[in-house]
Design a protein around this ligand. Structure first.
Ligand code: FES
Ligand code: FES
Length: 160
């Protein structure tokens, strides 16, 4: 067994884990944050996307022991006092159907908008290339991220 001390959504967690435990299962079963979904467990679907030290990663592709001393954000940590602008945009632009892909999409999108305040459609699609959606056909998701970018720019007074 190995001791893991992780900071998830600003809160400290400490557990003993087996060396083979995947990070996604650590997050869901040890930290009990079930907003992170499991679609494939093989790195293909992106449902398990989290932010790992600020970067989007598929948490089924990391071991729980790699969370030791890492900063992790899951969908539960995205909202502040209210919903994150990307969450608002997904609701307002009908970018959610079954919702299975949504947590991963939200984290990939929020990470993109952190580094690029005005992404083009091509840049949005590239940022989402690791996240599969079986329901929406992607266009509503792309539109929602463009809308979130606009509202974030408006709220910070940035223009193009
Ligand atoms: S569950 Fe991790 S990529 Fe599908
Ligand atoms: S909304 Fe169902 S998989 Fe994306």
């Amino acid at each position: 067994m190995h001791r893991v001390q992780a900071r998830i959504n600003g809160k400290d967690y400490e557990h003993e884990v087996e060396a083979r435990l995947l990070l996604v299962h650590y997050i869901r079963e040890k930290a009990r944050l079930t907003g992170t979904h499991v679609g494939c467990d093989t790195g293909n679907c992106g449902a398990c996307t989290i932010l790992y030290n600020g970067k989007p990663v598929k948490s089924c592709m990391l071991l729980a022991v790699q969370a030791n001393r890492a900063e992790i954000t899951t969908v539960e940590g995205l909202a502040g006092n209210g919903l994150h602008p990307v969450q608002e945009a997904f609701l307002n632009r009908f970018a959610v159907q079954c919702g299975y892909c949504t947590p991963g999409m939200l984290l990939s999108a929020s990470s993109l908008l952190e580094s690029n305040a005005a992404p083009s459609e091509a840049e949005i699609r590239e940022a989402l290339e690791g996240n599969m959606c079986m329901c929406t056909g992607y266009q509503q998701i792309v539109d929602a991220i463009k809308y979130a970018a606009e509202t974030m720019r408006a709220s910070t007074g940035k223009s193009l």
